[in-house]
Design a protein around this ligand. Sequence first.
Ligand code: NAD
Ligand code: UFG
Length: 335
Amino acid sequence: MHILVTGGLGYIGSHTVVALIEKGYTITIVDNLSNSSLSVLDRIARITGTKPAFYQLDLQDAAGLDDIFSIAPVDAVIHFAGLKAVGESIQRPLTYYRVNIDSTLTLLEAMRAHDVHKLVFSSSATVYGSAPIPYSEESLVGQGITNPYGQTKYMIEQILRDVAQSDPDAEFSLLRYFNPVGAHPSGLIGEDPKGTPNNLMPFVAQVASGQREKLSIFGDSYPTPDGTCIRDYIHVMDLAEGHVAALEHIRPGATAYNLGSGIGTSVLELVHAFIDATGKDVAYEIAPPRAGDLPEFYANPDLAASELGWSTTRSVEDMCRDTWAWQTNSAKTRL
Ligand code: NAD
Ligand code: UFG
């Protein structure tokens, strides 16, 4: 089976490509390299022994995409490509709406033109906004989303539902990720944020490695047991395997699945788990809360377990250890 992976050289895409190749799928990657590097392709080849076909292309380029669909005998698409920085989306809403929505529309039109009807889409727990926890797929979505990035995920989900309704052959999976962290255990691929990391785990890793002096913990007076925010962290290889399961159990219409562990971990718990797993010190201070942060959210992961036969198998300790392997190995493995 031939899978077109958009954004396949990015963080989650590259790990998913590894999981797909290991399951015997043939891969074509389309990525404009706006937030990734060509060296990831070589690292995927080093891990798997297979170098996927790669096209450097912006998904908004309809003619270029049409050419790729004409060359590659695509059976299904996994759509990761898009912009994802929450804070930047507040500063540059037009860019986020243009890139994320337009890319998806262009992709859907190319799929329609080439008779491809299976799609797995990278959505986010952010679509639940202010719904009560734990979030289940039946929870209300679209209320209390605090930024344009989250709105694009909500809007694209709606677009996919409308397209699925119009196309009796459509099989779409909408995967709502919780908090992806960690790296491939080889230390060859991982998350490589440009500039100051926005997310907790890469920041912790950079403090542990001495690249940054200390972590600011955003708030310790939330209504949680230790006062810091609680999230559902998911190892990126569990997430990658979730995509394989979604593809293997894809069904008619548009179906949303939570990909999370169902376990909440506080910021302080994560920092201490990292110290325990790596033996490295992580200096931190308590800073004011960050605008838009919810005190606590985690998944009800039951639907993915029952329909996809998938659940997480890796612990917070695994996430910390593999993040550290990537942090320490990546400098010397850069090609
Ligand atoms: P990433 O930035 O590492 O990967 C995205 C990839 O898409 C990059 O390689 C980038 O170069 C490429 N890309 C961006 N715009 C493109 C375009 N117009 N045309 C072609 N390629 C383009 O991000 P990631 O963390 O791997 O996230 C993948 C997807 O998962 C995104 O859609 C993101 O919104 C979603 N998601 C991520 C998280 C998270 O915490 N990382 C959480 C929920 C959802
Ligand atoms: N945090 C800190 N210090 C930091 C960074 C983060 O204390 O330097 C805290 C945050 O305040 C939050 C927790 O760590 O309480 C997790 O923050 P992240 O930025 O790592 O993750 P978020 O839950 O804010 O958001 C992530 C993705 C979003 C996605 C969401 C749900 O960044 O794109 O998960 O999937 F929508």
